[in-house]
Design a protein around this ligand. Sequence first.
Ligand code: 2RA
Length: 335
Amino acid sequence: MRVAVLGATGLVGREMVRVLEERNFPVDELRLLASPQSAGREILFRGASWTVRAVDERAFDGVDLALFSAGSGPSRIWAPVAAGAGSVVVDNSSAWRMDPSVPLVVPEVNAETALGRPIIANPNCATIQAVVAAWPLHKEAGLDYMSAVTFQSVSGTGRAAVEELDRGSRAALAGEEPLPSVYPHSIAFNALPHIGAFDEEGVSEEEWKMVRESRKIMALPDLSVSCTTVRVPVFRGHSEALLFRFRRDLAPERAREILSRSPGVVVVDDPASASYPLAREAAGTDPVYVGRIRRDTALDRALALWVVSDNLKKGAALNAVQIGEFLLERGALRP
Ligand code: 2RA
């Protein structure tokens, strides 16, 4: 199978290549694509060095699956070109997520919606881990309200933010002046309630993604969602304090049992022994980890949970490759 990765030199693009190798995806030819500025770099795949080339009109000729993580602008330009060349596009940018003709897919929730579609949108990382935890419980008890407070790592922003956290933390500890930041404020030893632009009501783009994408993925257009998204000085792994309210009561023990056998989920939940999901332990792994499962202290029929996952893997690259695996399994991709 011919597979292209557009945005191959970015953090998510590189993770896509790693996940394709890790999961032994049947790649016969790998086309690593990027902007002209990034062309020429070498990326290792299956022990061989592959050269990144500049994307152009012919880059997708003969490509079966095109994984994109190049930002919304390039996705809007190149996804139709790739689809026109007969590729199935799985796009990690926000460009197509709310397009009614484009499915927004988390395989554990709504894989079927991807079938037969030329362009498939990969949801926002913070949304993916929330719906992986919410969906099995919704099927049991009927979700009618969700609250999410997120603690998002800097790798969600990109390589420059990762470098800033490293250098900025050292500078802060050395009592030096803060370095120029990719954020409105230095991230070192800080917490920024600011991911994406604010609208006139003071709600951020990232918060609206959680609201709108959760409703679309779970096909719950009337789901009430509250959200505050926060950037924290963590390199990799998003953590979320979630609250789910249901139409029918759901005991924590029953929720734990359901989640323990849900695809893509690992329950880590023994607070008495300080056992709960941690970003530093989730980094580099596949699952969505769920813990601190308990009745909410204020609302009836509501559970509070702590959900952690690697934002570059399940939050992006792994989810995209799993969509490809599903399509392959269902014969919806040229083998
Ligand atoms: C972030 N969810 O964490 C956004 C994009 N990856 O920055």
